[in-house]
Ligand binder design. Sequence first.
Ligand code: NA7
Length: 552
Amino acid sequence: MTDAAGTTEVDVVVVGAGMAGLYSIHLLRELGFTAVALEQGDGVGGTWFWNRYPGARCDVPSLEYSFGFSEELEQEWEWSEVFPSQPEIERYLNHVADRFDLRRDIRLETRVTAATYDEAQHTWTVETEPGDTFTGRFLIMATGCLSVPQIPDFPGRDTFAGPVVFTSMWPRDGVDFAGKRVGLVGTGSSGVQSTPELADMAEHLYVFQRTPTYTWPSHNGPLPPEVQREAKANYRELRAGQRTTPGGVTGSTGAIIMQMAEDRRILETTEEERLAVLDEMQWDATRVWADALTDPEANEASCELYRIMVRRTVEDPDVAEALSPRGFPIGCKRPVIDSHYFETFNRDDVTLIDLRKGGIEEIDETGIRTAQAHVDLDVIVLATGFDAMTGALTRVDLRGRDGKVLRDVWAHGPRAYLGLQVAGFPNLFVINGPGSPSVLANMVVCIEQHVEWIADCLVYMREHGYTEVEATVEAQDGWVDHVNAIADTTMMTAPSCNSWYLGANIPGKPRVFLPYVGGLHRYIEKTDSVVAGGYEGFTFAGGPSGLAPKAP
Ligand code: NA7
C-alpha cells in the first residue's frame, strides 16, 4: 500500500532479490504477510546476476544447490551439468521468480541507502536511492555475503584507455577479448575460474598474481540422466540429509567436493606412502588427511604434496614455483575449484606476473606498471574480491535503538546472535549474517533454513500479539564467544592466514573470523533448541498495533 507521500507500507521489507530475497518474499506471502524486495540490480539472482564472468561456476553440485521448498520445482527443473554454471543458475532463479509470480513484489534498480528503527511504532523506515520510502514492521537484510566488490585503489585507474571490468560486476553484454592483450588481476576463485576462458578468448593473457591459490580440479561434466532421476526420486531424503551435514551437502549426487577419510593421518605415513596416495588420487590426495585440519605440521606435509602436483602439471619450473602456495595452510582460505587452471600456464599466450617480485604501482593509459616492468594491455579485468559478509550491511546507514548506526556498533568487528539478529536493532533480521554457517556451507540450504526460521518467528509473534523482537546482549556475547572459540581450533585462524573469512583482504577491516565453523548440522540443532526453549536469548514486546491476521 502506497500513501500520498509515496511511502509504501508492508509487513516486511526485504533487501535483495537474490536467492534469499526470492525465497523470503515467497514464503512470507504464503504465510499471509505483505512483503516487498528491494534490489539494486536490474534483474534478480544476486550473486548469480552480478558475477557473470566467463567461467563462473558454483562449487556445490547443482542437484544440491537448488531450492527444496517446492517439490514441483524440484521435479520440473533439469540441470545439465554436475556443477552449475552462472548462466544456468541465473536462468533457474528467473524461472523461480516467474513460476511463483514473485516479480510483482520486487522493485528492481532500487538501492537501499538507509533504514531507521522507530522505537515507538516498532517499525523500520527504509530509504532508497530513487527516493522511494518503504516502512515495515520487519526488515530482512537478504543482501548476500559476497556482494560488495573490493575495489583496489590503484593509482591512475581512470587513465587507462581501454575497458576496466570487474568479475563481480560483469557487463551484461559481455566483453570483446578477440585480438586483445588482457590483464587479469587476482587469483582467487573468480580469477582462477576465468583464467582458462580468458586465455581462450584473448590474444594474450597476463595473470597478475599476488598470492598463489590452492585450487582443485572440479571434476565437472554433463550430469548423468540416471543421477538426476535418482535425486528426483529421493529428493525429500536428500534435503533432510543435507541438514544433518556440516556443509549442507550430502555428496550423493555423483560429485563429492571434499574427500575426507577421517582415519587417514599424513604424519603417520612414510614419504613413499604419501607419494603413492598422490599417484593414485592426484590433486585430491592433498586434502584427505584428517590431521591436516588441526595440526600445522600435518598441514604443511599436505601443502608439500600440493606443490609436487603443481610441479608435475606446470612445465616451466620457474612458473611452477611462482604458482606454488607457501607459508599459509591448506584450508585457511576458501577452497577453489577449477577447470585446467594450472595447465593454462603451459600456453605460449599466457604469462604469469608474480607480484611478489614487485607489486602493481599504477595503471596508466596503456597498461599496468609493476615494480618489475610495464605490461601493455588493451583490457583490464579485476578479480579482486569482496568486502565479505559485513560489507553490504555496513554500507547501509542502518540505525537501531537510540539512533545507533550498525557500522559504528560493529567498528571492532561484527557481533550478532546466531548471525540472525543484532542486539540494539530490534525487528531486523540478517540472512546468512556473521556468526552463521553461511559461506562455509551450501548457501541454498543455509538460506532456506534462515528464511524458515525467521518466518516461524514472525508467525509466533503474530500469534502472541508481539510487535518487537530483539536479541539480548548476553545471548549475543555468548554466541560470539562460541563462534570464536571453535574457529580458533582450525587452520582458518592460523596467524599466517589472510583470508576474506577474516576480513584480511580489506585494508583496515578488523581481523575477526566471520562465519560459524561448527557445521550447519550443529547450528540447526542450536537454532531449533532456541525455539524449543521459547526463543532463548530473544526478548519480545507488544506494541501499538499487531500484524494483520492471516488472510482467509
Ligand atoms: P578473493 O578470493 O578475495 O580473491 C581476490 C584476489 O584478488 C586475490 O588473489 C587477491 O590477492 C587479489 N587482490 C586483491 N587486491 C589486490 C591488489 N591490490 N593487488 C593485487 N591483487 C589483489 O575473491 P574472488 O572473487 O576470487 O572469490 C571470492 C569468493 O567468491 C570465493 O572465495 C568463492 O566463495 C566465491 P591476495 O590473495 O589478497 O594476495
